[in-house]
Design a protein around this ligand. Structure first.
Ligand code: GAP
Length: 431
């Protein structure tokens, strides 16, 4: 993990939030490369969940919702973690992070676990009283459930169908840590997939496989992923079943994504609390039913971390070690780098023209400083899949050398064919 944290800081993937003020616990800022990687992860999720499916549509609901939403969902009363305080050093610990009654930090005695609510509270409007209390959402899911009727009426979708959302969530986690793994402000990619009761077990299985396939289709190693079914005593209050997709992070197997069968809990709760019936008319049985829902819920930040860890490779290269971020081209912050062999004018002009043309289609960087070997290394370390070198021969033959990151093989390509060459390789259709 230290290498990933150091690389992230040094090359501009992730910085501490408010770093010049000493940071702000459990909050992180994404730098120029990090924001590209994060956007590419979200784009890849949206493409597979919404764009390529007939049965899923998207929404973007507000972060601040009517506080009654959180009463209905059970979050105000029950969204809490058991915490113990150390009587000696006063540190506060999540009770499921240690065993026994001894402080993991100083060995002092710990109190009996008490429940701490994880909701971030704020006030809306000029008054700071109980009537103006609002919450920052702790999950994006509820913004989907409260829009169930709006989406059904505007899209006329038939069961099974899903509603997807990507957005920020906030939890007042008592213990944060492991870099961006657990923070207080993070992003989620959530799908609520509504199904007929009785078909829910089938769809749960379907989504477990579909979500594992998504990670591996983007290059994540299958041996670093596993499924872990929750025992009945660890299931959330709303769930009939839940399995985590775990990734083998440096601190051990940990949750990357949860896939729960939430039954009809949420729609029924919102029907009860709002007075608006959230049902579906089943043409076949001519009955109004409350659909069950399968919820694949992934963390954007955890996915970014897992993709970074999985891609980071050190391999021997001549007398040295080459650090390469073997990110899938779809996730790589830059798709290509244009590198003139010399800073001399005719080469630089030609390279800048190629750069200007390619960046209309993709994020492409340009670098003319230091030796070509060093520039290749710099691009390898940030995961740029292709380096396009413009050399003196290019001026005569209108060709460039394209170097592939992982194999380091080089091919001579006509300038007019660079786009056609890169296109299928950047989508992953061609290696
Ligand atoms: N709507 C269901 C739900 O929110 P969850 O298991 O609490 O379920 C889903 O969260 C995913 O959100 C997790 O698998 C994880 O990837 C991400 N996540 C949850 N809490 C997080 C935190 N404090 N920091 C970063 N990611 C978090």
């Amino acid at each position: 993990m230290d290498k990933i944290v150091s690389l992230s800081r040094r090359r501009g993937f992730v910085f501490q939030s408010s770093e010049i003020y000493g940071g702000h616990g459990g909050c992180w800022d994404y730098g120029p490369l990090g924001v590209q990687l994060k956007n590419n992860v979200k784009q890849a999720w949206w493409q597979s969940i919404v764009q390529e499916r007939d049965d899923v549509v998207g929404v973007d609901s507000s972060i601040l919702m009517n506080p009654r939403v959180w009463e209905a969902s059970g979050h105000v009363a029950g969204f809490s973690d058991p915490m113990s305080d150390c009587l000696k050093c006063k540190m506060r610990w999540r009770a499921d992070d240690f065993e026994g009654k001894i402080c993991p930090s100083c060995g002092g005695e710990l109190t009996e676990p008490r429940q701490f609510n994880l909701m971030f509270k704020t006030f809306m409007g000029p008054m700071e009283d109980t009537a103006s209390v609002a919450y920052l959402r702790p999950e994006t899911a509820q913004g989907i459930f409260v829009n169930f009727d709006n989406v059904l009426n505007t899209t006329r979708k038939k069961l099974p169908f899903g509603i997807a959302q990507i957005g920020k969530s906030f939890r007042n986690e008592i213990t944060t840590g492991n870099f961006i793994f657990r923070s207080r402000e993070f992003e989620q990619m959530e799908l609520e997939y509504f199904v007929k009761p009785g078909t829910d077990d089938y769809w749960h299985e379907h989504w477990l496989q579909a979500r594992i396939d998504w990670y591996t289709s983007l290059g994540m190693k299958r041996e670093n992923l596993q499924l872990r079914a929750h025992c009945s005593d660890e299931l959330a209050h709303y769930a009939k079943a839940c399995s985590d997709i775990q990734y083998l992070f440096p601190m051990g197997w940990s949750e990357l994504e949860g896939i729960a069968n939430r039954c009809d809990f949420d729609l029924k709760q919102h029907s009860k609390h709002s007075g608006k019936t959230l049902e579906y008319f089943d043409e076949e049985s001519k009955e109004h039913i409350t659909p069950y829902v399968i919820e694949p819920s992934a963390g954007v930040d955890r996915s970014v971390l897992a993709f970074l860890i999985d891609a980071y490779t050190e391999e021997p290269d001549k007398d040295d070690i080459r650090a390469v971020l073997k990110l899938h081209p779809r996730l790589a912050p830059f798709k290509a780098a244009v590198l003139p062999l010399s800073k001399k004018e005719p080469l630089v002009n030609m390279a800048k023209e190629i750069h200007a043309s390619l960046r209309k289609a993709w994020m492409v960087t340009y670098d003319e400083s230091q030796s070509i070997g060093r520039r290749y290394r710099r691009q390898d370390e940030i995961g740029t899949p292709y380096c396009i070198t413009v050399d003196f021969d290019s001026l005569d033959d209108n060709q460039v050398t394209v170097r592939e990151r992982d194999s380091m093989t080089q091919e001579r390509i006509p300038i007019s064919e660079i786009k056609a060459y890169l296109c299928p390789r950047l989508t992953g259709e061609l290696k």
